[in-house]
Design a protein around this ligand. Structure first.
Ligand code: PAF
Length: 281
């Protein structure tokens, strides 16, 4: 696997691929890789000639300094895992390499309502940071496809909007959330949960599954309130939001949509670790 540290080397990688008429599939990550990331690599490998991941803990998308400082760094393990699963290359730039360019100006796009709800509301500036880093990476690498996980459902919608806005011909491949056997969505942040907290975190998935199973039997507002209260009664859990919305617009539902067009979104602290998850139904 080729390990690339600089913009110049990344551009050379891209030029080589283009000269050989080879397609590029891109898996952007912040490292601390898990099977969710690996499933993106595996899917990319099926569809493109070259799969390249990036590992960059992007400081501009953290609204909370503590979260940034505590973000797990497992670079040697990450590289081993990418080699094991046949990733062709990985881009591991420094912060200076990304943001230290002469005359650099942050770039963002208007997100409208999408930027002010759920993650946009609870993590001010987060999506601006995601847009900033991805627009730089897309510009440098110009992949044919980018692979992103639906656990970060709203982020996927933001990236869809970004690609439309900048007009790059990059196809966004939305990949299913990977779960541990007991249902917990895999996440780099799970590494920070104690064994007890990990067990408690299962209540989030349980709530989403129960809502999915029982949805037409209850009223939307009652369902939301009851699970918000139920989860908040658990000492280690503090729910930021649990909401059932339209899966295409994230707007509140007045009545149930047809199957496949409703989504329940949750963000909650388990101890000090903030987790998000969702379920489409
Ligand atoms: O989902 C992530 O890990 C990050 O937000 C991303 C897309 C790699 C941008 O830094």
């Amino acid at each position: 696997m080729e390990i690339i540290y600089t913009r110049e080397a990344l551009t050379r990688f891209r030029e080589n691929c283009k000269n050989l008429n080879k397609t590029i599939g891109f898996v952007p990550t912040m490292g601390a890789l898990h099977m969710g990331h690996i499933s993106l690599v595996q899917q990319a490998k099926k569809n493109v000639d070259y799969t390249i991941a990036s590992i960059f803990v992007n400081p501009t998308q953290f609204n909370n300094k503590e979260d940034f400082n505590n973000y797990p760094l497992t670079i040697d393990q990450d590289i081993k895992l990418l080699i094991q699963y046949g990733c062709d290359a990985v881009f591991i730039p420094s912060v200076e390499e990304i943001y230290g360019q002469k005359g650099y100006h942050p770039f963002t796009i208007p997100l409208g309502k999408l930027g002010n709800i759920f993650e946009g509301e609870k993590r001010p500036g987060h999506f601006d940071g995601v847009i900033e880093i991805l627009s730089i990476l897309f510009q440098l690498l110009k992949p044919e496809q980018v692979y992103m996980g639906l656990k970060d459902y709203q982020q996927v919608m933001v990236v869809e909007k970004l690609l439309k806005h900048i007009g790059f011909p990059i196809q966004l491949i939305k990949c299913a959330t990977i779960r541990d056997e007991d249902g917990l969505a895999v996440s780099s942040r799970n590494k920070r949960l104690s064994p007890n907290e990990r067990q408690i975190a299962l209540n989030l998935y349980k709530a989403l599954s129960e809502i999915k199973e029982n949805y037409q039997k209850s009223e939307i507002s009652i369902l939301k309130k009851s699970y918000f209260n139920r989860l908040n009664k658990i000492e280690e859990i503090q729910v930021e939001y649990i909401d059932i919305v339209d899966s295409q617009t994230l707007k509140p539902l007045k009545s149930w949509n047809p199957i496949g067009k409703n989504i329940v979104l949750i963000a909650a602290f388990v101890g000090k670790v903030r987790l998000i998850d969702n379920l489409l139904f």
